[in-house]
Write a protein that binds this ligand. Sequence first.
Ligand code: GDP
Ligand code: MG
Length: 202
Amino acid sequence: MNTHPKYERTLVIIKPDGIQRSLIGEVIGRYERVGLKLVGIKMLIPTPELIEKHYTLDPEWRTKTGLKTIKGYTDKGLTPPDTDPLKITAVILKNLINYMTKGPVVAMVWQGAHAVEIVRKITGGTEPLTSLMGTIRGDFVLDSYRMSDVDGRAVRNIVHASGSPKEAIDEINHWFRKEELFDYRLIVEQMLYDVDLDGILE
Ligand code: GDP
Ligand code: MG
């Protein structure tokens, strides 16, 4: 595999709320217009097993997310629902499985320079309440942990995007078979990556 940055790939999932909000085109357009290349795409209704495995591909996820959630509460001067991070993530995972299996999702693989970081920047922070304007989660949804925790459900934030290159590799392998991904040249890549920019003038 070529190690040039232009070959970096990342996984994006338009979640059931993104589909129901009719945002497929909008979301795809945002990744497309920055210059990324779509190398795989499919619609499916995820099984509970697919989602549980997706969130636990990183063996540290349960602990990290539990601790992050506790910190989120204490930083706001609030008492967390539990002191045990694993008990907190058990609830988060149950809610995530419930959310992600409720209807069709669109899973995609995007490729291009720094794909993981660029996609995270366009996607925005996890909690829509604080995701920046101009990002997908900042522009199209108004959910918060406070509200979703009270209601006993996962936060609705339109899309999933891989958090690191390592996570991206694991997640792409989890969601896509090799034959579902395509190596091809996109015309605009000449403008993005070609060193000499020759070929513009007739
Ligand atoms: P992402 O990569 O931006 O989606 O965020 P993470 O990988 O940190 O978390 C994955 C999912 O876990 C999020 O989409 C949320 O549904 C859930 N989650 C993460 N952190 C919290 C939290 O502090 N509170 C709650 N209730 N859910 C969380
Ligand atoms: Mg993540």
